[in-house]
Design a protein around this ligand. Structure first.
Ligand code: SF4
Length: 356
């Protein structure tokens, strides 16, 4: 069967349908491809927090902004394992290890991350990493360690991306995604709404994701959490109906993907979250913190699941587990020249100056 190529206009048409039509269509696609009463629970562990050299305008971990985030060095394998076990006992089937790095660098720290992946895979959990830009060689080494998924968000449309980040380009993101796709690691890639982008930008972002072949196995849809001290601190939260429209549209254009409610869930009522599940969201991030921003308490999530008769998804239900292999690929010690686009974003500059 010929594969469909999505155009922005078509996606916009879906997004702007009368809400009840949109919900009905999205829920139908959802049922055709997933169990509508199952949601995956994933936990995010910040293995290295803060002090990042990048200028992502939404991120409190960027060293150049004046936020209250306290940084820490890379956690030890034992610390990460303890957190993963806690997440598992709270119902998570997946764990995502996040490091505030521009890109992965070969050496002791990356070797420790590989060790974390090997250890956590033994816990029978899906292990995901989000470590920044990645070379093909590094992706191969993560694959050998048994990594299940790699997260690298495209954040927004290609046009609006330039309004939010100036220290690396949209193409760098696509290159890392391409490197992940050269392995059997599944791909997690999504974005953020509420950063001041237009609805066309949202559709543009979905167009990029929907036209990937294969489509990402997992797409997180984040609602911006405006953190004091970041350039986007004054952004107003997105309304629940915008979020529902975004989730429903994502479900329609990415039918088989796990659509994840990520940052911004604390701003949503339980009814709003239930509407998102009806519209096709079938994954959440659990735990009281998402890297550095607040998230609903896991007990609250489980109460809501009980209320809605939602079951949690077991690990490896969608894609088979991959056992760690012998380490065959040597580190190349590369020093790749990732892009530094060099354009300035005025509000990012102002936020940086306020700090200095
Ligand atoms: S989003 Fe990631 S790369 Fe960007 S500033 Fe935050 S930690 Fe650094």
């Amino acid at each position: 069967m010929k594969r469909k190529t999505w155009e922005t206009d078509e996606i916009l048409e879906i997004y702007h349908q009368p809400l009840m039509e949109l919900l009905y269509r999205a829920a139908t696609v959802h049922r055709e491809n997933h169990d509508p009463n199952k949601v995956q629970v994933s936990s995010l562990i910040s293995i290295k927090t803060g002090g990042c050299a990048e200028d992502c305008g939404y991120c409190p971990q960027a060293a150049r902004y004046h936020t209250k985030v306290e940084g820490n060095d890379l956690l030890t394998v034992d610390q990460v394992k303890a957190q993963a076990l806690r997440a598992k006992s709270n119902g998570s089937s997946r764990v995502c290890l996040g490091a505030a790095w521009r890109n992965v660098k070969d050496g002791k720290e990356f070797d420790n991350v590989l060790c974390m992946v090997r250890e956590l895979t033994k816990l029978d959990m899906e292990v995901c990493c989000t470590l920044g830009m990645l070379t093909e060689n590094q992706a191969k080494r993560l694959e050998e360690a048994g990594l299940y998924a790699y997260n690298h968000n495209i954040d927004s449309s290609e046009d609006y991306y330039k309004e939010v980040i100036s220290t690396r380009a949209f193409e760098d993101r696509l290159e890392t995604i391409g490197n992940v796709r050269k392995t059997s690691i599944t791909l997690c890639s999504g974005g953020i709404i509420g950063m001041g982008e237009t609805v066309e930008d949202r559709a543009g972002m979905l167009k990029v994701l929907a036209n990937m072949y294969p489509q990402p196995e997992s797409v997180p849809i984040n609602a911006l959490v405006a953190v004091e001290g970041t350039p986007l601190e004054n952004q107003q939260p997105v309304s629940i109906f915008e979020m529902v429209r975004m989730v429903a549209t994502t479900r329609i254009v990415l039918p088989q993907t796990q659509v994840r409610l990520s940052a911004g869930r604390t701003q949503m009522s339980e009814e709003g979250q239930a509407m998102c599940f009806f519209a096709g969201a079938n994954s959440i991030f659990a735990g009281d913190k998402l890297l550095t921003t607040p998230n609903p308490d896991i007990n609250k999530d489980m109460e809501l699941f009980q209320e809605l008769n939602i079951k949690t998804q077991a690990p490896f239900e969608k894609h088979a587990k991959r056992e760690p292999k012998e380490e065959l690929t040597p580190a190349l010690g590369e020093n790749p020249r990732w892009t530094r686009p060099g354009h300035k974003i005025e509000r990012n500059e102002l936020a940086r100056q306020r700090r200095n």
